[in-house]
Design a protein around this ligand. Structure first.
Ligand SMILES: [Fe+2]
Length: 365
C-alpha cells in the first residue's frame, strides 16, 4: 500500500476482515449510480476541483483510515491531499469506481449436502456460484477473474469439473471460457447459434453431473432466447437473469420490433410462472442483485414461496405482466452491445473494467 493510496484488492481485504475503514465518496451526486457498501457521500466535487475541501472541512471523520473515492481516482486524490494536510489518515482508492467494479466477496451455505459458494462482484452486483458435491465442483456464470475461482477451489480441496453460463451476458464479460480452459473443465452453454467458439450445448432437461448429484437444465427464455435455469435436485434454482430476489429479468436487450419484444415478455411470463411452480421451499439464487453487495458473508437467496408472496409482478396474468414489464424497462446498461459481441466471440479485452464499469441493469422491478 502506498502512503496515500490503496488498491481495490487491499480495500476488499480490509472490508472482508471487518476492519474499521470509512469510505468517502466525493463524486458529484448526479454521477452516483453505484457505490461501495457503507460509503458516505460528500457533495464537494466542485470545491475539490478548485483545490478546496468545501463541505468536507466540516465533516466529522473518524480516526481510522478514510478511503476517498471518485470515478477514476483523480478528484479523490485531491481530497486525499487536502485531508492529509488537515491531519486525516486519508487514502485514495486507485482507479476509483471503475476499478472497484472488479471487487468481489463471498458467502457460503450448505444445501441438501452440497456446498454453495456465492462469489459476488460487489461493485456491480453480479452473482456467480461454485456448487460442490463430494469435492467436485461446477461454476455457474463466472464473472470475476478466473484465478479467484481457482483459489477458492484450491482452498477447499475441490476439483472443477464443469463451468456453465445461464445465458449470453450483456452486462459483464463472461469469464467462463477462460476458467474452463485454465482448469481443463467442460464448458456448458445454453444451446444457441450465436457463440462462435466450441462449447457443450445445454438443452432443456440436460444434466451436468458432478459428485453424487447433477444440475438439470430448465430452459427459461424471455430475458434472452437461450436463458436457462440450472436446478439442483429441485431444492435450489440458479436462475441467471430470469428471476431475481425482488424483480424479473428485462426482455429487451437485443434490438427488435415491438412485436418481438412483446413475444419475449410473454416467454418471460411463462418462464417465471414455471419457476414459481417449483417447490415452495426451493432456494432461488439469481445472477444479479440490484444493490452493492455487503461484505457480510450472508448468501443472497430466497425461497420460491417468498417470491410468490412478495413479488406482485410475478403473480400477474400474461397480458398485465407484459404491459407492466414493458412499461418499466430501465435504461440500457453501458456498452451492452459491445459486451454481447465479445461474449459471442469469446474474446476478452486486457482491461475489462473499461467496458464493464457502471451499474447492472438487467432487472425490471
Ligand atoms: Fe443478462
Amino acid at each position: 500500500m502506498r502512503a496515500d493510496s490503496i488498491s481495490v484488492g487491499e480495500l476488499q481485504e480490509l472490508l472482508a476482515a471487518g476492519r474499521p475503514v470509512t469510505i468517502l465518496d466525493v463524486r458529484s451526486p448526479s454521477d452516483v449510480d453505484w457505490e461501495i457498501p457503507g460509503a458516505i457521500h460528500a457533495d464537494a466535487y466542485a470545491d475539490l476541483q478548485s483545490g478546496r475541501l468545501g463541505p468536507l472541512a466540516e465533516f466529522d471523520l473518524p480516526s481510522g483510515p478514510v478511503v476517498t473515492v471518485c470515478a477514476v481516482g483523480r478528484t479523490a486524490a485531491i481530497a486525499t491531499d487536502l485531508l492529509r494536510a488537515n491531519g486525516v489518515e486519508a487514502l485514495t482508492l486507485d482507479g476509483g469506481m471503475h476499478a472497484w467494479s472488479l471487487a468481489w466477496n463471498t458467502a457460503q451455505a450448505t444445501i441438501s449436502g452440497c456446498e454453495i459458494v456465492q462469489v459476488r462482484r460487489t461493485g456491480k452486483g453480479c452473482l456467480s456460484y461454485i456448487v460442490e458435491s463430494e469435492s467436485k465442483a461446477v461454476v455457474i456464470d463466472a464473472s470475476v477473474d478466473p484465478d479467484v475461482y481457482v483459489r477458492l477451489l484450491r482452498e477447499r480441496g475441490w476439483r472443477l469439473v464443469a463451468v456453465a453460463d445461464t445465458h449470453i451476458h450483456a452486462d459483464h464479460l463472461s469469464r467462463s471460457k477462460l476458467l474452463a480452459h485454465l482448469e481443463g473443465a467442460a464448458l456448458w452453454l445454453p444451446a444457441q447459434d450465436r457463440t462462435q467458439y466450441p462449447f457443450q450445448p445445454v438443452a432443456d432437461g440436460d444434466r451436468i453431473a458432478f459428485g453424487s448429484t447433477a444440475l438439470v437444465a430448465m430452459r427459461t427464455p424471455g430475458h434472452t432466447e437461450e436463458s436457462t435455469t440450472y436446478l439442483l435436485d429441485h431444492i435450489a434454482a440458479f436462475t441467471g437473469d430470469t428471476l431475481f430476489l425482488n424483480s424479473v429479468g428485462r426482455p429487451d436487450l437485443i434490438d427488435g420490433t415491438r412485436q418481438e419484444l412483446v413475444s419475449r415478455a410473454r416467454q418471460l411470463h411463462r418462464s417465471v410462472s414455471g419457476l414459481l411452480h417449483l417447490p415452495e421451499a426451493a432456494e432461488v439464487f439469481p445472477g444479479h442483485d440490484s444493490e452493492p453487495i455487503p461484505f457480510d458473508g450472508r448468501i443472497l437467496g430466497t425461497t420460491v414461496g417468498t417470491i410468490r408472496d412478495t413479488l406482485a409482478l410475478a403473480r400477474l396474468e400474461e397480458t398485465a405482466f407484459v404491459e407492466a414489464v414493458l412499461a418499466r424497462i430501465p435504461p440500457d446498461p453501458p456498452n451492452h452491445l459491445r459486451i454481447v459481441e465479445l461474449n459471442e466471440r469469446g474474446e476478452f479485452p486486457g482491461n475489462p473494467s473499461e467496458l464493464e464499469a457502471g451499474a447492472n441493469r438487467c432487472a425490471v422491478a
